[in-house]
Design a protein around this ligand. Structure first.
Ligand SMILES: C[S@@+](CC[C@H](N)C(=O)[O-])C[C@H]1O[C@@H](n2cnc3c(N)ncnc32)[C@H](O)[C@@H]1O
Length: 288
């Protein structure tokens, strides 16, 4: 008899041999089996000593081979958790990262009232993770989710409907804020910010599988950010707030861009759980 557990142990070794770190290989081998079986972690730990169901070996092999080719596990299973919500993901969208939750956390802190109507734009929405999480947390909010990629917007739309907020999120295909004429109380963004020249040094999961459009931000990584900082003041209500994520070692150029902007005043820079400056908060400068 071959148990599920034996298959998972063999997959773990294979993933390690493919260059995946041991702790990740262990989790991924198990997650792929759970996905195939429709089990949660508790069921896996109580039942993995059972004999493999019919057809399991061949189906599991196909999933493990994809992961061994360094495809991210989130694309293999088609979903990723963000802000305790499950998001559908495909290779058309960036896989939501834990550090991006800092934008949600900061937004909720600055707009603490659940019942106040607030207007929010999520620029570079990708999977829609920011727009959907904010819509779930602020039931009176109306959102505009913008992306230049039609394929990404299809995924974002699906996620909004799945989480029951499709009627409050308006989707726009646009280059940053080009085709957006409304003004907002809050603009959030996780723009592409990796300098083009750093692409080769990214890990294979990112470099070879996630969309370049979602990652690369031009020679210095700041092409989209620069335009966002330029456009945001005219799309913010009086005292409106802009919150966006940036990359490692970009805090100084970002602070420079904001202090050079007549329309924005720097409020704060927040660090992620690893202590890396990640998120900037700026407010529309009061017009006197
Ligand atoms: C880093 S991903 C962020 C996705 C999602 N907000 C997240 O945090 O996981 C950046 C997104 O920006 C989109 N994008 C790239 N350039 C853009 C532009 N000029 N205007 C609008 N969206 C753009 C990409 O298609 C991608 O979906």
């Amino acid at each position: 008899m071959i148990t599920i557990h034996a298959h998972v142990a063999a997959a773990r070794q294979r993933l390690r041999a493919a260059g995946i770190p041991a702790d990740e290989a262990e989790i991924d081998a198990r997650v792929l089996a759970e996905h195939l079986l429709g089990w949660d972690a508790a069921r896996f730990f109580s039942s993995a000593n059972q004999e493999e169901p019919e057809g399991f070996a061949a189906d599991y092999e196909r999933l493990v081979a994809r992961r061994a080719a360094r495809e991210p596990v989130a694309y293999v299973v088609g979903r990723q958790e963000f802000w305790d919500l499950s998001f559908e993901v495909s290779p058309a969208v960036l896989i939501p990262r834990p550090e991006t939750e800092l934008i949600v956390e900061t937004s909720l802190e600055l707009f603490p009232d659940r019942v106040v109507e607030v207007t929010i734009a999520d620029v570079c929405t990708g999977s829609g993770c920011l727009a959907v999480a904010l819509a779930c947390e602020r039931p009176q909010a109306r959102l505009t989710a913008i992306d230049i990629s039609g394929a990404a917007l299809d995924v974002a739309r699906l996620n909004a409907v799945r989480h029951g907020v499709g009627d409050r999120v308006h989707f726009v295909r646009a280059n940053i804020l080009d085709r957006v004429t409304d003004c907002f109380d809050l603009i959030v963004a996780n723009p592409p910010y990796v300098p083009d020249g750093e692409r080769a040094s990214l890990q294979p999961e990112v470099r070879d599988h996630e969309p370049a459009l979602a990652l690369l931000g031009g020679v210095d990584g700041l092409t989209v950010v620069r335009r966002l900082v330029e456009q945001a003041p005219s799309r913010l209500n009086d005292r409106g707030v802009l919150i966006f994520e940036f990359g490692i070692a970009q805090v100084e150029p970002i602070a420079g861009l904001i202090s050079a902007s007549e329309g924005l005043t720097m409020i704060d820079v927040r660090r992620d759980l690893q202590g890396i400056p990640r998120t900037v908060i700026a407010r529309r400068t009061r017009v006197s």
